[in-house]
Design a protein around this ligand. Structure first.
Ligand SMILES: C[S@@+](CC[C@H](N)C(=O)[O-])C[C@H]1O[C@@H](n2cnc3c(N)ncnc32)[C@H](O)[C@@H]1O
Length: 161
């Protein structure tokens, strides 16, 4: 899986019609969800940040973001993207989510894993391990936010260059 996403890292943005617009939109949508459920919560851990779609969006909205992913190349690009838009406070590192607590420790307000990252875990044991590790990263009263798409039901579109 890391080899797949390492190769995709330079092109990952083309999955989106406009990646920068998605960073803005997802950042403000996540802020709205966090504020309505966990209004005082500011410290966010993203355990599958990819090139930074949600991590950078949340940082732009004033959150203190720590972000990791199993792909070293995606982390490298996420750092570059964050630098380019002035979000220099995000703490990026390489980590598989089944070791999130071991790697990051605890006391985060919010843990996120967005856009079909959890389905990359192929066994029940790995899913359970990831969820337990994410739970351990949270402070009491913290919130966890996971998003999953059913791509089989998404409309297909083709972008011609
Ligand atoms: C569909 S991408 C989503 C990335 C990002 N959240 C976004 O929306 O742009 C799925 C991500 O999950 C990461 N991933 C897959 N398995 C992982 C694991 N076991 N631990 C950490 N990250 C993982 C991949 O490297 C990839 O960056």
């Amino acid at each position: 899986m890391s080899a797949f996403y390492d190769q995709l890292s330079s092109f990952y943005h083309v999955i989106f019609e406009d990646w920068n617009a998605s960073v803005e939109r997802q950042g403000s949508q996540l802020k709205s969800i966090i504020q309505s459920n966990w209004s005082e919560h500011l410290n966010v851990l993203d355990v599958s940040c990819g090139i930074g779609t949600q991590a950078i969006g949340l940082s732009k909205n004033g959150y203190h973001v720590t972000a990791s992913d199993l792909s070293a190349n995606e982390i490298k690009r996420a750092k570059q993207e964050a630098q380019q838009c002035g979000q220099t406070s995000i703490l990026f590192s390489v980590c598989i989510m089944t070791t999130a607590f071991t790697h990051h420790g605890g006391n985060f307000d919010i843990i996120i894993s967005c856009d079909n990252s959890i389905p990359h875990l192929l066994t029940d044991d790995d899913i359970l391990m990831a969820l337990k590790q994410m739970y351990s990263c949270l402070r009491p009263g913290g919130g966890r936010f996971i998003t999953i798409h059913n791509y089989d039901q998404e409309q297909r579109w083709e972008k011609r260059c």
